[in-house]
Design a binder for this molecule. Structure first.
Ligand code: SHN
Ligand code: NAI
Length: 224
């Protein structure tokens, strides 16, 4: 059995406080992704490399102090991203002593978790990790994926999610669901969304799901 170096997981950080120590390029990147994922970010750093982006300003609070272990209290995840290697190790040790998972920007081996490069199209999340071997290549693959996967995937997933929750609410047999979903996928619903072919979409929905399932009904306010 080939082993997986890190266990991939999608963490729910919404509303949880996460500590980022170090407000340089790296700390700011970690803080921005956390804030976009709904976390409340406590950024501890005597100086910030950049201003906090406006769209995340309500979720990132900057404490202009050097790190002390008290900063960890009440946090769910810790990110050590200062330019001081020894300090980063100390932050990780402090987190670990409190049972809190820690990411160390300059020491993947000592980190509890590492971060992937991310593409998100609405609820579609694609992540790339090279397990620490080449972050530059993770970034390159992320850029390739961004070119390959457009915004139509967001609409497609929104529609599939709406159909799925309606069917689940009706209590159909799971085996029947499976066939419905694979038919919608195999009949290229995605392609129809990409081409704005509302008539074709509605025809397909009608033939597979029966009446009452139209694009306009399922996706109000988002006419193609
Ligand atoms: C282990 C890991 C720990 C972690 O941070 O979680 C880690 C560690 C280190 N990164 C370093 C360097 C760079 N990191 C980037 C970029 C990213 N790094 C990210 C993740 C990770 N970086 C984790 C492994 C992920 C994996 O392997 O797949 C990404 C994917 C996600 C994110 O940070 O949010 C984000 C891309 C986001 C995007 O663009 O999509 C670039 C590119 C650039 O800046 O343009 C460079 C310069 C080029 C190069 O070195 O490759 C160094 C050396 C520092 C030094 O030289 O001193 C270390 C320390 C070491 O390796 O010891
Ligand atoms: N994991 C990753 O993706 C990457 C990691 N790195 C590594 O990450 C580290 C940080 O890189 P950069 O952000 O480019 O460095 P930087 O020099 O731009 O930022 C360091 C930040 O740490 C802060 N800091 C210093 N002492 C502190 C203290 N006692 N308490 C709190 N904050 C303190 C500084 O004020 C500054 O804001 C470096 O060790 C670098 O080798 C670098 C590139 C990518």
């Amino acid at each position: 059995m080939s082993s997986i170096p890190y266990y991939p997981v999608h963490l729910k950080v919404k509303g949880k406080t996460c500590l980022v120590v170090g407000g340089g390029k790296v700390g700011m990147r970690k803080a921005r992704t956390l804030a976009k994922s709904g976390a409340l970010v406590k950024m501890v750093s005597p100086r910030l490399m950049d201003t906090i982006p406006r769209e995340t300003a309500d979720r990132i609070s900057w404490i202009s102090e050097p790190y002390t272990p008290e900063h960890i209290v009440g946090t769910t995840l810790v990110f050590a991203a200062t330019d001081q290697r020894q300090l980063n190790r100390q932050i990780a040790a402090d987190a670990r002593s409190k049972g809190i998972l820690c990411n160390i920007a300059d020491d993947p081996d000592a980190s509890d978790f590492i971060l992937p490069a991310i593409v998100h199209r609405g609820d579609l999340i694609l992540t790339v990790s090279t397990s620490g071997n080449s972050p530059a290549f993770a970034k390159k693959l992320r850029q390739d994926l961004e070119a390959r996967f457009g915004e139509e995937y967001a609409d497609f997933l929104l529609l599939m999610g709406k159909i799925r929750s309606r069917l689940l609410a009706q209590g159909h047999a799971p085996d029947r669901h499976k066939a419905i979903f694979s038919t919608l996928i195999n009949e290229d619903l995605l392609g129809m969304i990409m081409e704005n072919q509302t008539d074709k979409i509605n025809h397909l929905l009608l033939s597979i799901l029966g009446s009452g399932y139209t694009y306009e009904n399922l996706m109000p306010g988002d006419p193609t």
